[in-house]
Design a binder for this molecule. Structure first.
Ligand code: SF4
Length: 334
């Protein structure tokens, strides 16, 4: 993970909040009023993928509950250190899709830019937890090359800015990137993949809304929210200006064992996100990254959950259950 981009004029309120993040597991567990005797399963230390949780995300965890579904998304466990057959460092073929530094070209008319390796929280199930960002993120230095690649590929209609979390980039840098993309005539849509709405809602400031809404590109934000407890009034308030500016919001979640693998939790997630203006998009089966096996939900269970949701929700609230198979030209429906 990299450090966040800096503003020459000093940190923004969201950057100050980010600086107050928990980087130490014991500090978070103390804050959650979990005394040493209650810390089961025992958290693991010394894992290469670092621990990082924002105050906003920690504030939504239940006090005194080691099995809180938000805590379990970020809590390092010894299971992460076990090698499991079928799990790899490069689970979705990102490295094979690398077109130039910071650019992945997997699907014919869409391109993905890896703007930064930085994230506001580190999710233990992350499919890019082992990704070599230091050689593959875009950053300021490689942007020109990436834009030249985009210009030379007239079949590309949509640019996805991802990471890491692209909203970790300061407004100045993000604004320049969006501006450069919007000058390429054959690009029509811009998509941002981000975990920010529920983990650092203060990041969605008025300048960000302006950057997103003034562009000629049709802009879509795909949030990543896995559990209804991630949503509160602050999240709703943060998203409102984006909706008012005409930005379309979708959600993709990951199916996670012990966190959201029940019909009730998923139904509440889909209804709550819809209530605050976010439409369902994907429900991903876990990408099999090394260190994440303990989060995997079986295909049979996923099919059961899909069926239960079909029975209990209107069609427009149903996400597509998919998995990513390396080398396939689209996400594979379950
Ligand atoms: S899932 Fe997203 S926000 Fe979480 S660590 Fe991975 S890239 Fe970062």
């Amino acid at each position: 993970m990299q450090t966040v981009s800096r503003l020459k004029t000093g940190p923004s309120p969201w950057q100050e909040e980010l600086a107050r993040s928990f980087r130490n597991i014991d500090q978070l567990l103390d804050y959650l009023q979990l005394d040493k005797g209650q810390r089961q399963p025992k958290p693991a230390t010394g894992i290469q993928f670092p621990f990082r949780v924002t105050p906003a995300f920690a504030g939504k965890m239940r006090k005194g509950d080691m099995n809180d579904p938000l805590l379990r998304q970020v809590l390092p466990l010894t299971e992460e250190m076990k090698d499991q057959p079928g799990f790899s460092q490069n689970p979705v073929g990102d490295l094979e899709a690398r077109a130039t530094r910071g650019v992945l070209h997997k699907y014919r008319n869409r391109i993905l830019l890896l703007e930064t390796g930085a994230c506001a929280i580190n999710c233990r199930y992350c499919f890019r937890r082992n990704f070599p960002y230091s050689e593959n993120q875009l950053g300021q230095a490689s942007r020109q090359k990436a834009i030249a690649y985009l210009q030379s590929h007239s079949e590309v209609r949509e640019v996805i800015i991802s990471g890491g979390d692209p909203l970790m980039t300061a407004n100045s840098g993000l604004g320049e990137l969006v501006e450069s993309i919007s000058r390429i005539h054959h690009v029509e849509r811009l998509r941002i993949h981000t975990r920010i709405p529920t983990v650092l809602p203060s990041r969605i400031d008025s300048e960000l809304v302006r950057i997103m809404s003034r562009s000629r590109l049709k802009t879509v934000i795909v949030a990543h929210i896995n559990h209804p407890n991630e949503i509160d009034q602050e999240v709703e308030n943060a998203l409102k200006p984006l909706l008012e500016a005409g930005i379309r919001l979708f959600n993709q979640a990951v199916l996670l064992k012990g966190i959201n693998d029940s019909p009730e939790v998923l139904r509440e997630l889909l209804e709550t996100t819809f209530d605050i203006g976010i439409n369902p998009y994907y429900l991903h089966l876990l990408d099999r990254a090394t260190g994440t096996a303990h989060f995997e939900v079986t295909k049979e269970k996923a099919l059961f959950l899909q069926e239960e949701l079909r029975k209990n929700l209107p069609g427009y609230l149903l996400p597509r259950f998919v998995r990513e198979i390396p080398g396939e030209s689209y996400k594979t429906p379950l």
